[in-house]
Design a protein around this ligand. Structure first.
Ligand code: PEP
Ligand code: MN
Length: 355
């Protein structure tokens, strides 16, 4: 599908990277919203976020202040001039937000995962002209993410952005939601003109990872950041551990190194061509390996042997992981690669045996 997207989400917001959206996880009280907004506005941030309807894992937690918070956001806008954005999860939220003059809507991760819910929102948006940000679905399924983007696009929305907020899994390696950067990178390849923001707060789940994740996102050429910020993070009614103060936000933003990656130096071009050459060799080696695997497949077929020999498989993984260590390669990374290669060899051999 050829997306004709508008590159600027909001007029008056400097299109130079990064677009920064900051604000509390949840609007709690009028005072908390306004005090946080004043602090954020003085950091030079132009877009204020707050959740009014909160999707909670279990019932009984704080589920948001609901439409009452819309008036507080109106006051934020009047007083600070910042644009405002809230999460919408159904058509009623969309209508209330638009009626209250909210400037950007965002679709949360738990909604993006559900095509019924996304379609409901898309139907409510039909014919409207408002920017919509679409967070990645909780599971790392790029087709589902693109499907949500396509539903909103088909409703006529042309100012669309994506937000990478990490993915839920059993092994999150210290993150609340593991980043799996290859997914947003693939999204950029599939829809090149789509602005992609990073939400380091929901990836991290804790304060100390927010700065390094934000820097990583900038190094990967993300277009902006969405950072949960609260006037008193420790007493926040939701996501307390991952929110930072407006002062911390200000420090983080001024410490960010924004690299200009559009003008590669000669040296970088040389290094890239070296990488291209190495990648070619990797592919040639993989092809040679698959040919040998195919020969083994023929041998197993002729001798009526099973394809998968688990001891052999275990040996390969163990040997290569020891070798990885002496080559100063990450052992988990090599294990994953060897597993993928082995799986592909088995797939090829199964084909041969069933022919
Ligand atoms: C949020 O931004 O507060 C939120 C609920 O995020 P997500 O949908 O990414 O979990
Ligand atoms: Mn949150």
């Amino acid at each position: 599908m050829d997306y004709q997207l508008e590159s600027i989400l909001l007029s008056g917001v400097d299109p130079a990277r990064p677009i920064v959206i900051a604000g509390p996880c949840s609007a709690e009280t009028e005072e908390q919203v306004l005090s946080t907004a004043r602090g954020i506005s003085s950091c030079g941030v132009r877009i204020f976020r707050a959740g009014l309807w909160k999707p909670r894992t279990k019932p009984g937690g704080f589920e948001g202040v609901g439409s009452e918070g819309l008036n507080w956001l109106k006051k934020v806008k009047q007083e600070t001039g910042m644009y405002t954005t809230i999460e919408v999860a159904n058509r009623e939220h969309v209508f209330s937000a638009l009626k209250a003059g909210i400037d950007i809507l965002w679709i949360g991760a738990r909604t993006a995962v559900n095509p019924f819910a996304v379609q409901d929102i898309a139907d409510a948006l039909n014919g409207m002209d408002v920017p919509v940000l679409i967070k990645n679905p909780v599971n790392p399924d790029i087709e589902l993410w693109i499907g949500a983007i396509e539903r909103i696009y088909r409703a006529g929305i042309r100012r669309i952005g994506a937000v990478h907020r990490g993915f839920s899994s059993y092994d999150n390696k210290g993150y609340r939601n593991a980043p799996h950067w290859q997914v947003p990178i693939e999204l950029r390849r599939r829809i090149p003109n789509l602005p992609i923001l990073c939400d380091p707060s929901h990836i991290a789940g804790k304060r100390d990872l927010i700065h390094p994740l934000s820097q990583q996102a900038m190094d990967l050429k993300f277009d902006g950041l969405l950072i949960e910020t609260h006037c008193s993070p420790d007493t926040a009614w939701s996501d307390a551990q991952q929110q930072i103060t407006p002062d911390q936000l200000s420090q983080l933003l001024s410490a960010l190194i924004i690299r200009d990656m559009d003008r590669p130096s000669k040296n970088l071009a040389e290094l890239r061509s070296k990488i291209d050459g190495i990648d070619d060799q990797l592919l040639a080696l993989l092809s040679a390996r698959m040919q040998v695997a195919a020969e083994i497949g023929l041998y197993k077929k002729a001798n009526n042997m099973p394809i998968l020999q688990t001891t052999r498989y275990g040996q390969i993984i163990e040997q290569k992981s020891t070798m990885a260590k002496s080559l100063k390669l990450d052992q988990d990374f090599i294990r994953e690669i060897m597993q993928a290669i082995h799986e592909e060899s088995v797939r090829q051999q199964m084909k041969i045996v069933s022919e």
